[in-house]
Design a protein around this ligand. Structure first.
Ligand code: SF4
Length: 461
């Protein structure tokens, strides 16, 4: 029987099947952070259940960490309490923690892949929806709720109904200035934020095959924004090369054995998906969102739809201060955020540095560069990018979720526009009343330099 990549990884992790019901799936890696783990640890303790496999759990602090003066005590009481609670719980239950001050600390979806914790063919979970990021390695990775975090703590397994399969194909040649972020924003703008509900998505086609691992992570990260449980890309030489030599990756003969297995994972020719979409790379352009969900996106050279009559659409435009039929080109923007688990890897910052080298940010713009992890921050310093960003007037912050969400000091003021490389543009996501426009790192950099939304393709030779 022909199998999909998803089927192969799923089936190899099934521990048991309830007749005509859900299946029990073994989980290889459980990632945790300070926001969603405390309740699950409490549940374990209340029920007097030990943590079953502490070695399979890895923790970091990311959401509530300050991104300035990380050496000082955290000023916000709630954030301080959550980070301290995580430290205590990890000590008590024998879980490895890359907490504040550790050289591996970072956003959970940035630090795990760069350490080789994420590997092809695994099942991975985290109490965080953007766990889908790890699917870039051909991994079944998805976010879980607090009670499921407790379930995995207690059994290293989850009781699950197998999702349906979806494939999104993109073939052709991307234009210069079109980044992986544009590809996923384009897909979501075409199929909507509910198209993936109940499905696990595989991305296929030469566009994904030719992408770097960083780019694939950006794409899989936003699978959740189209409603999918997760996204996956078949592992290939690019994947093996990325994993090779990473701190926790298998070494020597063990690595070769793994690669031989990983090579068997791609979807069989002729395997059938429950739903399939196909797009031409040539139709994709740099994207911007204009509304309050990630599906409300247009090409930067396009216009906000004029013909939609829907109360939530109108409300969304009202919140954003935009009109139907309007173009976003040349809109003044005062905040730019380049970071988050979608776009805070070294490749993102290299692209940004390449563009802004020798340029200055516009005077009115507050531009933040926030590396996704301590390792990325170190690479930025070592590659001399710090000087480029500072000379251009960008502020470099310390690793964490930062202005992706309003849970730390990096908030966007009410009514202000922020071009953000993150993944969510809901009302108040970056602070009460903040107006978020999602875009690629290159579009964000161009906005910072010009002080207004710019079509990057017009600036590249
Ligand atoms: S960067 Fe944003 S989306 Fe990613 S884990 Fe942090 S808060 Fe969530």
């Amino acid at each position: 029987m022909k199998k999909t990549l998803f089927d192969k990884v799923w089936d190899s992790h099934v521990v048991d099947t309830v007749p005509n019901g859900p299946q029990i799936l073994y989980i290889d890696k459980h990632l945790i952070h300070e926001v969603t783990s405390p309740q699950a640890f409490n549940e374990l303790e209340q029920r007097n259940i030990p943590l079953f496999r502490p070695d399979q759990v890895v923790a970091t602090a990311d959401h509530n960490v300050p991104t300035e003066n990380q050496h000082l005590p955290i000023a916000d009481a709630l954030s301080k309490n959550q980070v301290e609670q995580l430290t205590k719980n990890c000590e008590k239950h024998g879980v490895t923690l890359y907490g504040l001050g550790h050289k591996y600390q970072g956003i959970v979806h940035v630090m795990a892949p760069e350490l080789g914790i994420t590997q092809p063919g695994m099942t991975m979970v985290c109490g965080d929806s953007h766990t889908s990021t790890h699917g870039a390695f051909g991994t079944i990775a998805f976010g879980i709720g607090t009670s499921q975090v407790a379930q995995v703590f207690a059994s290293q397994c989850l009781l699950l109904q197998k999702p349906k399969s979806l494939r999104v194909n993109v073939n052709g040649k991307l234009a210069k200035g079109v980044l992986p972020k544009d590809v996923i924003l384009y897909i979501i703008s075409k199929i909507g934020t509910n198209a993936g509900t109940g499905y696990f998505c595989e991305y296929a086609g030469n566009v994904f095959e030719e992408m770097s691992m960083e780019g694939r992570m950006t794409v899989c990260n936003m699978s959740i924004e189209m409603g999918a449980r997760g996204g996956m890309i078949a592992p290939d030489e690019t994947t093996f090369e990325y994993v090779k030599g990473k701190e926790f990756a298998p070494k020597g003969e063990e690595f070769d054995k793994k690669v031989a297995y990983w090579k068997t994972l791609p979807t069989d020719e002729g395997a059938v998906f429950d739903k399939e979409y196909s797009f031409d790379a040539e139709d994709i352009a740099p994207m911007v969102t204009y509304g309050t969900n990630p599906g409300m996106g247009i090409k930067v050279s396009g216009h906000i739809p004029a013909d939609i009559k829907d109360a939530s659409f109108e409300k969304s435009l009202q919140y954003m201060g935009f009109e139907k039929g309007e173009s976003l080109l040349d809109k003044a923007v005062n905040y730019v955020f380049i970071g988050s688990c979608t776009n805070s890897r070294i490749e993102d910052f290299r692209i940004v540095a390449d563009y802004i080298k020798g340029k200055q940010k516009a005077e009115n713009v507050n531009a933040l560069i926030v590396p996704g992890s301590q390792q990325v921050a170190k690479q930025i310093r070592e590659e001399g990018l710090t000087e480029v960003f500072e000379a251009a007037g960008f502020k470099i912050r310390q690793p964490g979720c930062s202005a992706c969400l309003g849970m730390n000091e990096d908030k966007v003021p009410a009514g202000e526009y922020c071009v953000s490389t993150s993944n969510r543009n809901f009302e108040g996501r970056q602070g009460p009343g903040a107006r978020t426009i999602l875009a690629s790192p290159l579009m964000a950099a161009a906005t910072a330099v010009n002080g207004k939304i710019t079509d990057i393709t017009k600036q590249l030779n």
